[in-house]
Design a protein around this ligand. Structure first.
Ligand SMILES: Cc1cc2nc3c(=O)[nH]c(=O)nc-3n(C[C@H](O)[C@H](O)[C@H](O)COP(=O)(O)OP(=O)(O)OC[C@H]3O[C@@H](n4cnc5c(N)ncnc54)[C@H](O)[C@@H]3O)c2cc1C
Length: 502
């Protein structure tokens, strides 16, 4: 017998403990399934994990969440998962939750659609029709996505017109005003928009999500996976870390379990993969799945990856700001699609953590910007402790360049930095196991809505997908993906009622 637990039958094994995987485990556990979550890393949560560096805790991949006001969609979802229990959320500044500096001009997005509409109309009095049309279009696109309103959809995949419309083209058709086009698109970094590919529905859902209301977790983001872990335990489910799944096991043509890197084998009736679809295909031996399907999932284009600079500051010296700061050197927020390594960095996103016990000051900051995987690909096959001096030097140079850009906006930081560390696309690849450390998983393409879509069901009847590679990324997107995945196991209308009533 290969593994310690070969004899224990689970109903469901979930590969990966990202947000969606943990949420599936809670839902299915509450519905009576015996669930096992297997996580390759030491810490659970995927990009929701945080790490401690020289006494401070940095969040890796969740800076704020949207639609958390009472009654709004994420608020209902978080209530269902008990994510208000012991975790505090700080509502960002309603007069400017996201501040943008686009090519030297500043904008502060107010929270709530009426305030947002008034703000835009005051800034662009000649453009009231375009602004009204924009707001109506966002509203009708979001209304048309039933599941994003926690309403029962007619089917898990229904192709909607908003999936085959290019977001940038749509915005350009609303107005000739170049500045307003950029302002409509300003939240671009939170979906890594590609001018030539991103569909309108991605833009509409994300903008609706954050403009409706925006909050940040008080303290580190890993409180969310930790809380979900407790909910899983309550249902009798298990979460095992340091268990990298390396192979899906078959009994003839029937998927029967998984094998991990250390030889442990676990059996289950159903498997859910919370990892990148291409990485999932790598777990399946040749001949068990159609080559064309395997190729389609392995060759998917991903959203860009990123470089993060984590600064440790002298305490009590740098004021907390209740907003995110987004800087674009050029007046083009869509620059991920024309990203040029030689001009790097042209952008940064600065996150002020909301921390106790001194909420008016920050003792650390996270700064994130795009970076393509190719820039670090020469070290891609080396373990993290064997990348040598060249990789260290690369990170140092990049950190210094990014910091120089940040200091132009925040010169007072110069004498306050006591230490720093960085994360590259290789770090993000390790956090989530995606091939290129992509920030938000697979890239949706308006030209190929069906081909760029990853469904819950796979070509193996008892293998399912969940997570950011399905409909949408982000805390909201992956929570919805978890509901769609669980709809294969439980009654979705009943589950939605439970969430809406919680
Ligand atoms: C820098 C950054 C900033 C972000 N900021 C925000 C934000 O402010 N707001 C927001 O809403 N969203 C944000 N996001 C996006 C959000 O964090 C993700 O969309 C979401 O957390 C993805 O969840 P997931 O369920 O798809 O799982 P993932 O986070 O992708 O996790 C997958 C898990 O599977 C594990 N795994 C992989 N391979 C294996 C294997 N073979 N065996 C076992 N386990 C395996 C990984 O270790 C990982 O734990 C950000 C992302 C990044 C990168």
């Amino acid at each position: 017998m290969a593994g310690i637990e070969a004899e224990i039958p689970y109903n469901v094994i979930i590969i990966g403990s990202g947000l969606a995987g943990l949420q599936c485990a809670v839902i299915l556990g509450r519905k009576g399934y015996r669930v096992l979550v297997l996580e390759k890393n030491e810490h659970i949560g995927g990009t929701l994990q945080s790490f401690d560096y020289k006494g401070v805790s940095f969040s890796t991949g969740m800076h704020y969440v949207g639609s958390l006001d009472e009654g709004q969609v994420l608020n209902r979802i978080f209530r269902y998962f008990n994510l208000f229990d012991g975790i505090r959320y700080k509502r960002l500044d309603e007069h400017g939750f996201d501040v943008f500096n686009i090519g030297g001009k500043k904008y502060a997005f107010p929270m709530g659609w009426p305030a947002f509409e008034n703000y835009l109309k005051a800034l662009f009095p000649e453009e009231t029709t375009a602004i009204q049309n924009y707001i109506n279009a966002v509203e009708s696109t979001v209304c048309g996505q039933e599941i994003f309103n926690l309403e029962n959809p007619a089917a898990t995949y229904v192709e909607k017109p908003s999936q085959s419309i290019n977001a940038w083209d749509f915005i350009c058709n609303l107005t000739q005003n170049a500045e307003l086009r950029q302002v409509f698109s300003a939240l671009n970094f939170v979906y890594a928009g590609d001018r030539n590919r991103t569909p309108w529905y991605v833009h509409a859902l994300i903008n609706h999500y954050f403009i409706s209301s925006s909050y940040r977790v008080v303290g580190a983001s890993n409180q969310i996976p930790q809380r979900l872990y407790q909910e899983i335990e309550k249902t009798g489910g298990r979460v095992l870390t340091m268990q990298k799944v390396t192979q899906l096991l078959f009994n003839e043509d029937h998927l029967s379990g998984v094998r991990c890197a250390d030889g442990n084998e676990f059996k289950a009736e159903m498997i859910i993969s919370n990892i990148h679809p291409g990485s999932t295909m790598n777990l399946i031996e040749p001949g068990k799945i159609k080559k064309s399907y395997r190729n389609r999932l392995e060759q998917k284009t991903d959203t860009l990856s990123c470089f993060a600079l984590y600064l440790k500051l002298k305490p009590g010296k740098f004021r907390y700001q209740n907003f995110n700061y987004n800087f674009y050197l050029q007046p083009d927020v869509w620059y991920a699609s024309s990203y040029d390594e030689r001009l790097w960095p042209e952008h940064f996103f600065l996150h002020f953590p909301a921390d106790e016990p001194n909420p008016q000051w920050v003792d650390h900051l996270s700064i994130v910007t795009y970076m393509s995987f190719e820039e670090v690909s020469m070290w891609k096959d080396l373990p993290s402790n064997a990348r040598g001096i060249g990789y260290k030097q690369f990170k140092k140079e990049k950190a210094e360049k990014l910091l120089a850009l940040v200091l132009l906006q925040f010169p007072e930081l110069e004498n306050l930095i006591t230490d720093y560390t960085t994360a590259t696309p290789l770090t993000f690849r390790e956090y989530v196991g995606s091939p290129t450390g992509s920030m938000y998983g697979t890239l949706r393409d308006y030209k190929f809505p069906l081909a760029s879509y990853v469904g819950v069901r796979t070509k193996i009847h008892n293998l399912y997908f969940t997570g950011q590679n399905l409909n949408l990324h982000g805390v909201m997107g992956v929570s919805i993906s978890a509901l769609l995945t669980c709809a294969e196991f439980v009654d979705l209308p009943e589950l939605l009622n439970e969430i809406n009533d919680s």
